[in-house]
Design a protein around this ligand. Sequence first.
Ligand code: TYD
Length: 207
Amino acid sequence: MAGIFISFEGIDGAGKSTHIDRLVRVFEEQGRAVTLSREPGGTPLAERLRQIVLNEPMDAMTEALLVFAARRDHIGQVIAPALERGDVVLCDRFTDATFAYQGGGRGFDWTILAQLERWVQGTPLLQPDLTIWFDLPPAVAAQRLAGARIPDKFEAQPQEFFEQVASGYAKRCVGEPARFARIAADQLPEQVWVDVHHAVVTKGWLA
Ligand code: TYD
């Protein structure tokens, strides 16, 4: 059975987690082996880099280099072997987050990010087979995040930052419409789930 690689994206507060967990169960019920992971992170080294990226102040290029370093390790240690085995790989964020946060949010050079993407993800470029983008208006996300928990470096950013992040996601989506499924995340959770499930069923990966 061929491996399947699905990533999940959206601004902080978009509400990915419960849907990712539910999709794990649905794939497992259909007899598929699932590798659930996240970025930055997914390996001991990448998780250490995650702590640094999410907590230390640094310039946007340093941030970009660290998330791509984490990604390199994650692909080599976890994602590529899992796809080789025929697993379903569900990854909470991948490279679109770098374009959205470091490119859109922090204004770092998009063409350098594209260069790093080619170096780190190889030829042919390793990309998710499907990216589920939880598109949520930043004003709604801000309300959801307010007081929810102690914010990390990104969650503490103002709404304008997330407007830029959202434009970054929109730009990636326009560039690769076949890979993206845009889900309106400002609906009731059950309706969001119906849309997530539908996006996967449409690909022919679930009965
Ligand atoms: P997130 O995935 O939202 O996890 P949690 O739900 O535990 O907060 O947090 C990861 C943060 O890292 C998020 O704010 C986006 C940011 N990020 C980047 O800035 N660049 C990247 O390339 C990735 C993968 C994430």
